[in-house]
Design a protein around this ligand. Structure first.
Ligand SMILES: Nc1ncnc2c1ncn2[C@@H]1O[C@H](COP(=O)(O)OP(=O)(O)OP(=O)(O)O)[C@@H](O)[C@H]1O
Length: 272
C-alpha cells in the first residue's frame, strides 16, 4: 500500500504540490517554483546567499504536513534550526549519510513497485503518501571531503540515482554547494536537476558548471553578480533562460517562529 506515515491527512498548512516561494525576479514578479516532481541545485561562493535559498525551501517543506524532511547537513549548523522537524537529520557523518541514501533508495524502489502494481506512473496529491524532501548541504563534504574515496563514490552514485529516478516516486532532492567545480558537480549529475540556482561565483566557468555550458557566453554569468549583492542569483528552470532573482531572506528569528508553527501543524495531523 502507498501509505502516509501515521496514516494521517493534512488539516492545515501548505502542500508540496503548491509552488515554493523563493524570492523576487528583477522585473518584480515573484519567484514561485514547482518543486514536486523536480529537484534543485543551489551553488555559489561562501556568503553568496545559498543558505537563504535553502531556508526558504526547507521552510516550505516544514509547513507541509505532506512532506517528510530528511536533512543531511555536512556543516551541522546550517540546517540545524530545522532539526526538530526532520524525520532524519544527519550531521557530518559519511556512514550516516550513506545509510540514509540507501534507505531512501530502498523506499523509492518500494514505491515504484507499488506504482507498477497499480499501473500508475507517478504519485499524486490524492495518494496518502508523504513526499520526501532530501536536503543536502554541503554536498562537497559528503562527495569529496569526508570518508574514503569508495564512500564518496558510493555517495555520488546513490545521489545520482535518487535525483534521476526519485521524482515520480515523491523524492525531491535539494542540494547545495559552495564548491561549483566539475569534480563536485559533474555534468551527468548537474543535468538531472530541473532547477539550478547560481549565486555569485568567482569565475564564468564555475557559473557554467552550475547552469550549464554556454550560458556565461550568452550573458548569463553569475560571476558578474557583485559581492555585496548577497542573495542575488540566476535561476534556470528546465527548458528556459536563467533569470536574475533575489532570494527572500529569513532571519533566525523568522526561522524560530516558523519552526514553532510547523511543529504545531505537524502535531495537529488528524487520523483519517
Ligand atoms: N537574500 C538576502 N538578502 C539580504 N541579505 C542576505 C540575503 N542572503 C544572504 N544575505 C546576507 O549574507 C550573509 C551570508 O548569506 P548565507 O549564509 O545565505 O550565504 P551562504 O552562501 O550560504 O554562505 P556559506 O556557503 O558560507 O554557508 C547572511 O548572513 C546575510 O547577512
Amino acid at each position: 500500500m502507498l501509505t502516509r506515515k501515521n496514516e494521517t491527512i493534512p488539516v492545515a498548512g501548505l502542500s508540496i504540490y503548491e509552488p515554493v516561494h523563493l524570492g523576487i525576479y528583477e522585473d518584480g514578479f515573484g519567484v514561485d517554483i514547482e518543486l514536486i516532481y523536480r529537484n534543485i541545485l543551489l551553488a555559489g561562493e561562501p556568503g553568496s546567499g545559498k543558505s537563504g535559498g535553502l531556508n526558504n525551501i526547507v521552510a516550505h517543506g516544514a509547513l507541509c504536513p505532506d512532506v517528510s524532511l530528511w536533512l543531511l547537513d555536512g556543516k551541522q549548523v546550517e540546517l540545524g534550526l530545522w532539526r526538530d522537524l526532520a524525520d532524519v537529520f544527519i550531521g557530518p557523518d559519511i556512514d550516516g549519510a550513506l545509510l540514509a541514501l540507501e534507505r531512501l533508495q530502498a523506499e523509492m524502489n518500494r514505491r515504484y513497485a507499488e506504482l507498477d502494481r497499480v499501473r500508475r506512473r507517478k504519485i499524486a496529491q490524492s495518494d496518502p503518501i508523504d513526499v520526501i524532501m532530501v536536503v543536502i548541504d554541503e554536498l562537497a563534504l559528503f562527495s569529496a571531503t569526508m570518508g574514503t574515496r569508495d564512500q564518496q563514490d558510493q555517495f555520488v552514485r546513490l545521489l545520482r540515482d535518487l535525483v534521476a529516478r526519485g521524482r515520480a516516486a515523491g523524492v525531491i532532492v535539494v542540494a547545495a554547494t559552495q564548491r561549483p567545480s566539475a569534480d563536485i558537480i559533474p555534468t551527468s549529475l548537474r543535468d538531472l536537476f530541473g532547477y539550478r540556482l547560481a549565486y555569485r561565483c568567482t569565475t564564468d566557468s564555475s557559473s557554467d558548471i552550475i547552469l550549464g555550458r554556454g550560458w556565461a557566453a550568452q550573458g548569463y554569468d553569475a560571476s558578474k553578480i557583485a559581492p555585496e549583492e548577497r542573495g542575488v542569483g540566476l535561476l534556470l528552470a528546465e527548458g528556459g533562460f536563467p533569470r536574475r532573482m533575489k532570494t527572500a531572506y529569513l532571519t533566525d528569528a523568522h526561522i524560530y517562529s516558523l519552526v514553532d508553527y510547523a511543529r504545531q501543524l505537524r502535531t495537529k495531523k488528524t487520523v483519517a
